[in-house]
Design a protein around this ligand. Structure first.
Ligand code: ATP
Length: 350
């Protein structure tokens, strides 16, 4: 029997509500697997944990994440809970950086025409994946203390050769599993750091002559994602650009409740919905759990065991089948299903 040890971090706001549905789906697929089991251990992290014990990411929880086969995370942080200097808690970014989870994987797939604000797009006709560099870029100086009396403030956009190479390589490898096209998003017309990123991209691209490449400035990309989202396959970009474009992309497929994500390093990975804690709907039982359920599928695929890979496919197929029926919608998609009703439907289809 192969047992996978999963650290489960429900976190704050709707985090616990959506993670509960992903766990329900995990147990449903586990029941159909042969020779595979999941040992789930829950850890308290986030704003509520900070209020209790003064640390949003306690050492014991961090150690458990490092030791686990994978981490399933809800969402962390609440707008009203801040460090004494007024900064927001960002334990999810700390976790990414401390575990060196450099590869932010954000699949964007349209499951039903009615979820898309654009005309003429049907199920599966928007289907691309964003590779966001997670550990440097414009977030790199975020922890540098500010001089509060100063007349200026600066942030550094850091691109290292190693950082750029590994995210570009990950994007090209994925392109070979998909439709063999990679789009680099940068700002190489203005920023020297982005000229460097493009040079590294070009040198990686030379090793993948079978993959088509495209280079687009980030401002144009905001336009093209709205005008021709169907033309993209794999998109690779810097940390901050990836942060912004993945929310725009989520808007094309029904919103944050539909957008899964994975933060992947060397042998360590965290799977979570792209959304935050959504304090405006927390505790009401109306959050859409699909993004978290799809993140679970990413986790099962990444665990790379024949049984877990098959289970990932069963979950993706179940989500597709459930969402094909317009009656099956949570509030964010214009329906009336509760979080648990949606989780039940997917679990029953797996
Ligand atoms: P963060 O800064 O942590 O990303 P945020 O406050 O910017 O958080 P979200 O928490 O993702 O953003 O919420 C953005 C909007 O999307 C809110 O209106 C929220 O209610 C909605 N939303 C987010 N997740 C879901 C979900 N799973 N189901 C339904 N609506 C959601």
């Amino acid at each position: 029997m192969k047992t996978f040890h999963i650290a489960v971090l429900p976190g704050d706001g709707i985090g616990g509500e959506v993670v509960a549905e992903a766990v329900k789906v995990l147990r449903a697929v586990e029941a159909q697997m042969t020779g595979v089991a999941f040992d789930l251990t829950e850890h308290s992290v986030g704003a509520a944990e900070y209020l209790k014990n003064g640390d949003p990411l306690p050492a014991s929880a961090f150690a458990a994440c490092r030791a686990a086969d994978a981490v399933l995370l809800g969402a962390m942080g609440l707008p009203s809970v801040r460090w004494p200097d007024g900064k927001e808690l960002t334990p999810q970014i700390d976790l990414r950086e401390r575990l060196d989870l450099f590869c932010g994987l954000r699949p964007i797939r349209l499951y039903h025409a009615a979820h898309c604000p654009l005309k003429n797009y049907g199920a599966g006709e928007i289907d691309f994946v964003i590779f966001r560099e997670n550990c440097e870029g414009l977030f790199s100086s975020r922890l540098v203390p500010r001089d509060l009396g100063a007349d200026e403030a600066r942030d550094t956009l850091l691109i290292t050769r190693r950082g750029a190479e590994r995210i570009c390589q990950a994007a090209f490898r994925e392109a070979r599993r998909r439709h063999r096209k990679v789009t680099l998003v940068d700002k190489a017309n203005v920023l020297p750091s982005m000229v460097f990123f493009r040079e590294v991209f070009d040198s990686v691209a030379r090793h993948y002559p079978d993959v088509e490449t495209e280079r687009v400035y980030v401002d144009a990309m905001a336009l093209y994602l709205v005008q021709r989202p169907h033309t993209f396959d794999v998109i690779v970009t810097e940390n901050m650009f990836g942060d912004i474009l993945s929310d725009l992309a989520a808007g094309l497929i029904g919103g944050m409740g539909m957008a899964p994500s994975a933060d992947i390093g060397e042998g360590c990975a965290v799977f979570q919905p792209s959304h935050g804690t959504a304090p405006d709907i927390a505790g009401k039982g109306i959050a859409n759990p699909i993004a978290t359920i799809l993140s679970l599928a990413l986790m099962l695929d990444w665990l790379d065991h024949p049984e877990t890979k098959a289970a990932a496919k069963r979950i993706n197929d179940a989500v597709e089948a459930v969402l094909a029926d317009p009656a099956n919608r949570t509030r964010d998609l214009g329906g009336a299903l509760s979080t648990t009703q949606m989780g039940d439907l997917v679990a029953a289809r797996c």
